[in-house]
Design a protein around this ligand. Structure first.
Ligand SMILES: Nc1nc2c(ncn2[C@@H]2O[C@H](COP(=O)(O)OP(=O)(O)OP(=O)(O)O)[C@@H](O)[C@H]2O)c(=O)[nH]1
Ligand SMILES: [Mg+2]
Length: 219
């Protein structure tokens, strides 16, 4: 039985993640990845975050999708570098592969940046399985997905350093039990901070900005 190829493929991914980490550190750039199900509100949260101005930190965004430049187009109104990475031409991965992210980062002048925001491919499983050299993984879970999701998809909640609960404006309509969600999150990760947000009402966006800025400053 020949399994060398699989080992090499994994090792190659880890080596690229290390290279990315090294380049970011050399340029004193912080990288945060937003992960979560398709439609959980990742792009909407990123839009609101960029609108805050991020306290003057110079940001760029790498948008990951299987196909289309739709999310990059939504961010085009911001006067910052935006790179779209599509996985479909390279096999259609359900996550941002380190080598594609590395290519995307080559289109950015890291020496002019403080922060790279990566929107990972919409998926509640695959993105959590890969180190892509980021400083912080954020899982975005919309309340429309249900209180049980941390228990059913625990890895992404274990791997993340922050959980953004999105679409809080819909809580009433969905009869959503936020305390039950918080209990379920803490059952799979007892230390993960949770921030409730709404891109509609802007609830929690300042708190999210403050959290990120504090992390960038202490790195
Ligand atoms: N009510 C409400 N709707 C929201 C909120 N945030 C996002 N939406 C809606 O949810 C849908 C999906 O939002 P996106 O920001 O595209 O979600 P996404 O996670 O980036 O989606 P993918 O990139 O396809 O994985 C859109 O129709 C948004 O308008 C919110 O805070 N409240
Ligand atoms: Mg998106």
């Amino acid at each position: 039985m020949e399994i060398k190829v699989v080992k090499k493929a994994l090792a190659a991914g880890e080596a690229v993640a290390d290279e990315i980490r090294g380049k970011l550190a050399e340029n004193d750039v912080y990288m945060v990845t937003f992960m979560g199900s398709p439609g959980s509100g990742k792009t909407a949260v990123i839009e609101r975050l960029l609108e805050t101005g991020l306290d003057g930190f110079r940001a760029a965004v790498v948008e990951g999708d299987i196909a289309t430049t739709a999310d990059a187009e939504r961010l085009a109104r911001f006067d910052i570098p935006i790179v779209q990475v599509n996985t479909e031409p390279f096999g259609g991965d359900c996550h941002m592969p380190p080598n594609l992210l590395s290519s995307g980062l080559e289109d950015l002048d890291l020496s002019t940046l403080d922060l790279v925001i990566v929107e990972n491919v919409g998926n509640l499983v695959c993105p959590a399985e890969f180190d892509i050299g980021e400083n912080l993984k954020v899982v975005v879970l919309s309340i429309a997905e249900g209180e049980d999701k941390p228990l059913k998809y625990p890895l992404i909640f274990r791997e993340s350093g922050l959980c953004v609960v999105s679409k809080s404006d819909l809580a009433g309509a969905l009869d959503f039990d936020i305390d039950r969600l918080r209990t379920n999150i803490s059952r799979v990760n007892g230390t993960i901070p949770v921030i409730e947000t709404s891109a509609r009402t802007e609830t929690g966006i300042d708190e999210l900005e403050g959290f990120l800025i504090a992390r960038i400053r202490e790195t």
